[in-house]
Design a protein. Structure first.
Length: 328
């Protein structure tokens, strides 16, 4: 579902408030956070979707990594997970479901969390994901609302996987491009989150269905700031640019663009295929970390030390909700 449609629905629903509800769904953040006591809060999130790859085990890995990512974006540690599954048992081999669940379980195990059950329904198309509970210290919650003018934006994964998965479905993606995208999507954001918490940052979100620009916009709204992005500094998968030129762009990218087009300012030359990538819905994308300028080098150095590349892509400004995208 696109951001515009979702916001229209959510604004009609009641807003739940409680002294211990530190982050609610009303704040457009990645997960909810509820304080249990002075030293412990729970992070709760859920995510599931239809397959974007043909390999069942890989699909399970990607869906689980995507769901776990919300906990990492809040600066937390996954504790437990529950499967959410829809599957057509009358038309597909049950071995496919077994492989999907095994792939998901492998990522839960890699995260150091516990798989404690789940729920399965009959459906015409397979769907899979997780409901995840994590923990965090109440005073160390990282939200998308703390960005300050002068902060730098650091992205931990390249963008463009949505375009590549669209090319996969069309039978146009090379084996190399498909594998590169899969490896990015199945990678947990745990190491990046650990470094982020250690260094101390002002805000964070993970890049998923609303695309890079959509999630930047959420930080702008949540923090009452603007951003300036250097487009040439954004890490982009080369194959995604090739497939975008071929018109292999997912429908969600156009939905994201329509919602955001009046909220952004293009400066200089930004080719159409790069614009497509910036709006491209990501699956299990990287963390977008907002860090004070004097900590930025320390953050990227520590990320590098644990095998994660941190890309400085822009800075925060004091112009509320203004997104400035600077090309060549």
């Amino acid at each position: 579902m696109g951001p515009g449609t979702l916001y229209e629905i959510l604004k009609t629903l009641p807003v739940f408030e409680h002294p211990d509800l530190l982050v609610s769904g009303a704040k457009l953040d990645d997960a909810g956070v509820y304080r249990l006591n002075d030293d412990l809060a729970l992070i709760q999130t859920v995510d599931f979707f239809t397959p974007m790859v043909d390999e069942p085990y890989l699909f399970g890995e990607i869906a689980a990594a995507n769901a776990l990512s919300d906990v990492y974006a809040m600066g937390g540690t996954p504790l437990t997970a529950m499967n959410i599954t829809a599957f057509p048992t009358c038309s597909l081999d049950l071995g496919i479901l077994r492989d999907i669940l095994a792939g998901g379980a492998s990522k839960v195990q890699e995260a150091g969390a516990l798989l404690v059950g789940g729920h399965t329904i009959e459906d015409k198309e397979p769907k899979y994901g997780l409901a995840v509970t994590g923990t965090v210290h109440p005073q160390r919650v990282v939200t998308n609302q703390g960005a300050k003018p002068g902060d730098l934006l650091v992205l931990t994964k390249p963008v463009g996987v949505g375009i590549i998965t669209t090319a996969i479905k069309a039978g146009e993606a090379s084996r190399r491009a498909a594998r590169e995208a899969a490896d990015i999507m199945r990678q947990l954001n745990n190491k990046a989150a650990q470094v982020m918490v250690e260094v101390g940052v002002n805000a964070c979100t993970d890049i998923t269905g609303f695309g890079l620009i959509g999630h930047i916009y959420e930080i702008c709204v949540g923090s009452n700031v603007g951003v300036e992005i250097e487009v040439h500094d954004i890490p982009v998968l080369e194959a995604a640019l090739e497939y975008a030129r071929m018109g292999l762009v997912p429908g969600g990218a156009y939905v994201n663009r329509r919602f955001l087009e009046e909220k952004i300012h293009w400066v200089g030359n930004v080719p159409e295929e790069i614009q497509d990538v910036l709006f491209d819905p990501q699956t299990s994308g990287g963390l977008l970390i907002v860090v004070p300028q004097d900590k930025a080098n320390r953050l990227t150095e520590k990320l590098e030390a644990v095998g994660v590349k941190g890309f400085k892509i822009g800075r925060v400004t004091d112009e509320p909700s203004k997104i400035r995208l600077e090309g060549d």
